[in-house]
Design a protein around this ligand. Structure first.
Ligand code: SAM
Ligand code: SF4
Length: 478
């Protein structure tokens, strides 16, 4: 849900929205108001009502540059997160089907002109092997990615998704596949929808058109508007779970944050559905990419501010943080707004099967959190956070607008917390060593006690299912 007590974006065309003068006006007004600390505090407090913030209010918060005010924002972001999502964090793994690309994004290791990268396109057998390797680590949710080949039909992607869904092992299966591939036509989005995907994600990289043009010199991706209109086409094709994102470091972060919110607001006003997720990737160095340093660096201070602001501005939208970030920063941010993280990631096709190749020349960009998934899970449980592999909403058809309606205070928690507990219990039974199992069970006991206090009948149902899982039943959800 996007706060709509602000400028009407509906009357503007998409191309008008991200013009420098329009966003510049919003940012300048924000700068003026930010000198009044009472106003800044009021905006932060208002976010506690869980109705989101307007782009104008966000522009005020973007000006915050002192530690004390940032702390205030992080504290309220934490309250908002816990009010809506409870103490849980969804885990997923990226899976690259190929690294073939006809584009030349100056920051990416997969770009066409990079001769240092060994090109690879997984066969269906190789995809199956990768999926088995991911299942063996406990994963249930995947994000499938590819490069972009002009002459490639979408059939390869669809076949790969089918292979991944059909891969069954004694340790389970993949239950939800999200997709992040280059923008498609409406006809291809219809075919993708039929493949039972979860969320379709595409990052605009930068909303600033002149910067976009400079950084994407050739290939289909050089068309700024084809990318900008991608979600209009996806929604018209019936894909109602979509994810937005910007690659932070390419252009002024304030411009990008306001743009992301305007884009979300435009899509919600036009199609009735806000974004399911917003991702906040920060530019990392990539081997063979000319852009080795971010043109507009985003410090950790600014990055924390971005995460906190997004949590306050779009309280019901999932915020995704990848392993591009350092472990210590990730461990901090999942408490203050992040609701989904990737774990144990490899960004090269075939990278899970051949883990030893992790730092070979095939990666798309370098990763900073290289901890195995079990270590990340232990860290979460230690802090009483529930790692979740839940896929219930998508499988019960609670997507798009239905999901947003459900996303009212307490409602998601009523489903998400128990479902997170069920999937965590499965993980502990099937994948955890003794120490993690003990730690995880303590964490589950504690969460069960909490549910008992407020909802004793629900707690009975949850306890009953947890017992069934310890006795061998799988894939239980509410
Ligand atoms: N090729 C498709 C595309 O560009 O939309 C699919 C996704 S691409 C494999 C995934 C994302 O990786 C890109 O959208 C970009 O934001 C991000 N990326 C590329 N190079 C990066 C780098 N050096 N550091 C961080 N993220 C990067
Ligand atoms: Fe290709 Fe995507 Fe990398 Fe650009 S970001 S070079 S489109 S894989």
């Amino acid at each position: 849900m996007i706060n709509n007590k602000s400028l009407a974006v509906k009357d503007k065309s998409l191309s008008d929205l991200f013009q420098e003068d329009f966003i510049g006006e919003i940012l300048t007004a924000g700068k003026k108001s930010s000198t009044d600390s009472k106003q800044v505090t009021e905006i932060i407090s208002k976010a506690r009502e869980l109705e989101g913030l307007t782009p104008e209010e966000v522009a005020v918060l973007l000006q915050v540059d002192d530690d004390k005010m940032l702390e205030k924002m992080l504290t309220v972001a934490r309250e908002v997160k816990e009010e809506i999502y409870g103490k849980r964090l969804v885990l997923f793994a990226p899976l690259y089907f190929d690294n073939l690309c006809d584009n030349n994004c100056l920051y990416c290791g997969f770009r066409e002109d990079n001769e240092e990268v060994e090109r690879k396109k997984l066969t269906q057998v190789e995809i199956k092997k990768e999926v088995r390797a991911l299942i063996s680590k406990g994963h249930k949710r995947l994000l499938v990615l590819t490069g972009e080949k002009v002459d490639e039909d979408i059939s390869y992607l669809l076949e790969g998704i089918k292979t991944a869904y059909e891969t069954q092992t004694e340790l389970g299966e993949i239950r939800r596949i999200n997709v992040e591939v280059a923008p498609l036509s409406i006809a291809d989005f219809r075919r993708l929808k039929e493949a039972d995907i979860g969320t379709y994600t595409c990052f605009q990289e930068t909303y600033h058109e002149p910067t976009y043009e400079r950084l994407h010199p050739s290939g289909p991706k050089s068309d700024y508007f084809w990318r900008l209109e991608v979600m209009d086409r996806a929604l018209k094709a019936g894909i109602d779970d979509y994810g937005l994102g910007a690659l932070f470091g390419l252009y002024d972060y304030k411009f990008e944050v306001v743009s992301l919110l305007l884009h979300a607001k435009y899509l919600e006003e036009t199609y009735g559905v806000g974004p399911h997720t917003i991702s906040v990737p920060r530019l990392n160095s990539a081997k063979g990419a000319p852009l080795s340093e971010p043109p507009s660096p985003v410090s950790d201070f600014k990055f924390k501010k971005i995460v906190a602001i997004l949590r306050l501005a779009v309280p019901y939208t999932g915020i995704i943080l990848s392993t591009r970030e350092e472990a210590s920063l990730r461990d901090q941010l999942f408490q203050h707004g992040i609701s989904q993280i990737s774990a144990g990631s490899r960004t090269s096709p075939g990278g899970y099967e051949e883990a030893r190749k992790r730092n070979s020349g095939e990666e798309q960009f370098s990763l900073h959190d290289t901890r195995p998934m079990a270590e990340i899970i232990a860290k979460l449980a230690e802090r009483d956070y529930l790692p979740s592999f839940c896929t219930a909403c998508y499988r019960l058809g609670r997507t798009g607008e239905d999901f947003m309606d459900l996303a009212k205070p307490g409602q998601i928690q009523k489903y998400c917390q128990p479902n997170a507990m069920f999937t965590f219990q499965e993980y502990l039974e099937d994948f955890a060593g003794d120490k993690l199992k003990e730690q995880g069970e303590n964490c589950l006991d504690h969460h069960l006690k909490e549910i008992k206090e407020d909802h004793p009948a629900l707690a009975d149902r949850v306890e009953n299912r947890l017992n069934k899982i310890s006795q061998g039943e799988r894939d239980l959800y509410l």
